[in-house]
Design a protein around this ligand. Structure first.
Ligand code: 5GP
Ligand code: ZN
Length: 115
């Protein structure tokens, strides 16, 4: 169910504009508003799931689908061969600021080791 004050639920509903890259019944992909690399987009479940810790067994199919959609779009965006990162931040210390689960897909530049 959509959460009224959730920015990403509002993007799903079309109430806030976004550069939409892909959409089906379960997921939406759109360009990140503050890209941290030449290619930076987000893949989200349409259903409101606040964090990775709220994922249940019932969500496993949509999470797998998100990974596959992300890879297909990465190829489409021209970073399939050079490589890219898929990142999900969980809670404050990891840098999560939007509490609607989202997968970052980042590429198009050299990236250092994580940590
Ligand atoms: P987090 O830090 O929670 O993992 O990532 C949230 C991401 O959402 C950030 O990279 C931020 O730039 C992006 N973001 C926040 N608000 C909006 C918005 O209204 N539109 C779009 N397209 N991206 C947003
Ligand atoms: Zn939401």
């Amino acid at each position: 169910m959509a959460v009224a004050d959730c920015i990403f639920c509002r993007i799903v509903a079309g109430e806030i504009p976004a550069t939409r890259l892909f959409e089906d019944d379960h997921v939406l992909a759109f360009a990140d508003i503050h890209p941290s690399a030449p290619v930076h987009f987000l893949v989200i479940p349409k259903q409101h799931i606040p964090t990775l810790d709220d994922v249940t067994e019932a969500h496993e199919p949509v999470l797998g689908h998100m990974l596959r959609v992300a890879s297909a779009l990465a190829k489409e965006q021209g970073i399939g061969d050079t490589g890219y990162r898929q990142v999900i931040n969980c809670r404050e210390q990891a840098g999560q600021v939007v509490f609607h689960l989202h997968l970052h897909v980042i590429g198009g530049r050299e990236m250092g080791k994580m940590g």
